[in-house]
Design a protein around this ligand. Structure first.
Ligand code: FES
Length: 87
């Protein structure tokens, strides 16, 4: 599969999202992508501020924003919101 066909998950790297633990969310998502054997299909990317900073951490999949992601709910969000969007 060539890179342009990969689905992308963008994680906001803006300051508000960074302060709310964006890097932890990145680590958790990377692990989950690995665990679900999605490394060939899904790419995790950093993004500039996605807009709704008050609802950090913000993630974008298929042009849809998912807000209020945290290290605590990252796995749940991945399973219930992100995975279905990737299928
Ligand atoms: S810093 Fe993440 S939405 Fe603005």
């Amino acid at each position: 599969m060539i890179d342009s066909e990969k689905k992308r998950i963008y994680i906001c790297m803006g300051s508000a999202c960074h302060l709310k633990g964006g890097e932890k969310v990145v680590k958790i998502f990377l692990e989950l992508i690995n665990n679900y054997n999605l490394t060939n299909e899904v790419e995790l990317k950093g993004s500039f501020c996605l807009g709704p900073c008050a609802q950090a951490v913000v993630v974008k999949v298929n042009d849809k924003l998912i807000t209020d992601v945290s290290a605590e709910n990252a796995e749940e969000v991945f399973k219930t919101k992100i995975l279905p969007m990737l299928m």
